[in-house]
Design a protein around this ligand. Structure first.
Ligand code: GLC
Ligand code: CA
Length: 561
């Protein structure tokens, strides 16, 4: 039961807070206002937090060891209890599963291991009943070699219908082209793994010496574009609420940005007419390109910007790679992150949202590199109070571990480490499945102390409750939401903590995080008169802020009028 207007505050402290409510609090005179959007975005994004579900590892209802849609439906009340607004589902389509479903064989059919199309429809409807939206993965850039479009493209004497793929002569010498399986004599362009042939949306600047490089206006490329629009329409009609577009920047080849922007603008215009509340999310990792091109949200992750690495450093499980701000050894540099983040934020904030996710199915989880539960609280205190739309990867809310050297299942490579089954309880298979342990999609974390949902529900101090409370706080206060103003207050090179202001609503918030295991302190003039909402390991004395190892604090300051 909630006892406080400020859900992060214990009962005793909330009384104290109530007593202080009328006391004069000092404002932050140059606090940025709420951001005014220059183009329509779905209203629900203003305070949204999303939850990513990797379907094969979430909940298994038929005992085959693989998660399924019925399992997700059965856990929707749990998802609701987190307070999240939307789910992003990794691919659920028919596939040979060479890349965990990112090799689609039939875009319009749910893979039998996950259930049926009727189950997907039911999932959308059940989620909607609970006020949760469902964003599905759109693997737009490539198919599986087993897709009928590709099989057709491999025929020798093709009837006069559009060719969906890019073929170069058999003797061409470019590593991105792969010898076709026959009978067609030639090499096709791959997009990721060799069994993922690139769909042909065209080239921004085709080289006339390479006749296979077509302009996006070529009838073959137009046919591909329309076929993918038809896939989007199909899933919107089933009831989904938008798309997370896989490798969104990969669709147009050799582009200076113009053709790719034109392609996504075209899709956006159509989508927003077809279903105005639907959302477009990109895996592009360059918000300053993706958002103006038409996306509502872009993940600031690994491809084109080092920003996320400078914060979290999750990429490729490289234990000893460059230090990041969230390193417990305190060797990160918040100014390096901000130098990447702020220009992207400034360029995009009136058009859409940057997402700094807790992790995803391609990265190591945040419980990694020595970070334990108290450290994750510091990490989430920041990720869930930054501008943009936060995404929580399933299991991160309970602190599931990144697992070293996990099996390379379905093209996972190093990524098996973050794809292990969800830990629901202390029961057999952590409550994920009734299959025998050797039949599970991936092995569970063998740690006898592995965290699970049931235990954390019972523990008021758990990471699960903390995450819920941060989400609730964000929902309650527009300053903390996607559109709240953002201003670093204390950010020094190679120095901890990081202190910033979120502003624009009736109340402003000052957030301080020290992910380092070394204590630190600083002067923050804006702390004058601020009231504590939540903290661990932090103490103030006037404008002096003392922060212990792995500490955070959230303060409320009066908004300027
Ligand atoms: C994206 C997906 C990843 C997949 C790749 C190819 O990066 O997130 O899991 O392997 O695209 O589709
Ligand atoms: Ca199953």
């Amino acid at each position: 039961m909630r006892t406080s207007k400020y859900p992060l505050v214990s009962r005793a402290r909330s009384c104290l807070l109530a007593a202080c409510l009328s006391a004069a609090a000092h404002g932050a005179p140059d606090a940025p206002p709420l951001v005014k959007l220059e183009r329509p975005v779905p209203a629900w994004l203003a305070t949204a937090v999303c939850y990513q579900i990797y379907p094969q590892s979430f909940a298994d209802t038929n005992g085959d060891g693989i998660g399924d849609l019925r399992g997700i439906i059965a856990k929707l009340d749990y998802v609701k209890s987190l307070g999240v607004d939307a789910i992003w589902l990794n691919p659920i389509y028919d596939s040979p599963f060479g890349d965990a479903g990112y090799d689609v064989r039939d875009y319009k059919r749910v893979a039998s291991r996950y259930g049926t199309n009727a189950d997907a429809k039911l999932l959308f409807a059940e989620a909607h009943k609970r006020g949760i939206r469902v964003v599905v993965d759109l693997v737009a850039g490539h198919t599986s070699v087993e897709h009928p479009w590709f099989k057709d493209s491999c025929r020798q004497n093709r009837p006069a219908k559009p060719d969906f793929y890019i073929w170069s002569p058999p003797d061409s010498n470019n590593g991105d082209f792969v010898a076709g399986p026959g009978p067609r004599d030639g090499k096709y362009l791959k997009n990721f793994f060799p069994f993922q042939p690139a769909l042909n949306y065209g080239y921004g600047r085709p080289n006339p010496g390479r006749p296979w490089e077509k302009l996006p206006s070529d009838p073959n490329c137009v046919a591909v574009r329309e076929a993918m629009r038809d896939v989007m329409k199909f899933w919107l009609d089933q009831g989904c609420d938008g798309f997370r577009v896989d490798m969104a920047a990969s669709l147009i080849k050799n582009d200076d940005g113009k053709a790719l922007t034109a392609l996504w603008q075209d899709y956006r215009t159509w989508l927003k007419r077809y279903k105005p509340e639907a959302v477009l999310v990109s895996e592009w990792s360059n918000p300053s390109k993706a958002i103006p091109a038409g996306f509502d949200i872009d993940f600031l992750i690994h491809f084109e910007s080092p920003a996320y690495r400078l914060l979290m450093n999750p990429v490729l499980n490289r234990e000893n790679a460059n230090h990041s701000f969230f390193s417990v050894d305190g060797t990160g540099d918040i100014t390096a992150f901000l130098a990447e983040y702020l220009p992207q934020y400034e360029k995009t904030k009136t058009l859409g949202f940057i997402s700094l996710p807790t992790g995803n199915h391609d990265f190591s989880r945040p419980r990694f590199q020595g970070r334990e539960i108290p450290d994750l609280k510091v990490v989430y205190a920041m990720l869930l109070t930054m501008p943009g739309v936060p995404f929580i990867y399933y299991g991160d809310e309970i602190g599931m571990r990144n697992l070293k050297g996990w099996p390379d299942k379905e093209g996972a490579m190093w990524r098996g480490s973050c794809r292990s089954p969800m830990q629901w309880s202390a029961d057999a298979n952590a409550g994920f499945s009734t299959a025998s342990a050797d039949k599970l999609y991936l092995p569970l974390d063998p740690d006898p102390k592995r965290p699970n949902v049931a235990d954390e529900v019972r523990d008021p101090d758990s990471l699960l409750h903390f995450t819920r409370q941060l989400i609730a706080l964000r929902h309650k206060h527009p300053s903390l939401g996607s559109l709240g103003g953002f201003k670093p207050l204390y950010a020094r090179k190679n120095t901890y903590p990081f202190v910033y202001l979120r502003s624009g609503g009736p109340e402003n918030f000052l957030i301080a995080v020290n992910p380092s295991h070394a204590a630190t302190e600083c002067e923050v003039p804006e702390l004058d008169g601020a009231k504590r909402v939540a903290s661990s390991g932090a103490e103030t004395n006037g404008t002096n802020l003392k922060m212990g190892p792995a500490s955070y604090a959230i303060y409320r300051t009066q908004a300027t009028r």
